[in-house]
Design a protein around this ligand. Sequence first.
Ligand code: FES
Ligand code: FES
Length: 181
Amino acid sequence: MTRFSVNDRPVEYRMDPETPLLWALRDASNLTGTKYGCGTGDCGACTVDIDGEAICSCLVTIAECEGRFVTTIEALSRDRSHPVQQAWVAEQVPQCGFCQSGMIMAAAALLRKNSNPSDAEIDAAMTNICRCGTYPRIRTAIRRAGRVMRGEERIAAAPPPGIRPADAARAVPALRTPHGD
Ligand code: FES
Ligand code: FES
């Protein structure tokens, strides 16, 4: 059987039970925020939360997820209000962004257990690889998210994602908005 919970919804995948969770999430559930980097458990781009633990979804089969609770980056919060997301935006952590959903899921799992981790504890928990070298900003953002979770700091809400078509047209002359402005 391959019945379990994904982002608080019950699912049953009609796939080979040996299918890695990563591919069920991406291909069957269209939850493409979870990334494929190496497929061998080395990069952490595919990190999701399973029953409160940060797990590489490329290494877990859907059969092994039976009855468990899986949370992906899409459900960490509905409105980017999780302290880790707020701190990530405030500290402008991402560069290319490919590793970031895995980083955020690992950081959230760490802070849920320990909202005031030492540098050594952060380094031990954050084994994900970032080719862009955002590691210093990641440590800063984790410490800041911890302060938010401990009630010592508040971070203003991040602006909504996206760009208005008119703004895009101004920035890219080849684009035209429907009104031609
Ligand atoms: S894709 Fe899973 S650890 Fe790299
Ligand atoms: S932000 Fe580019 S790989 Fe981490």
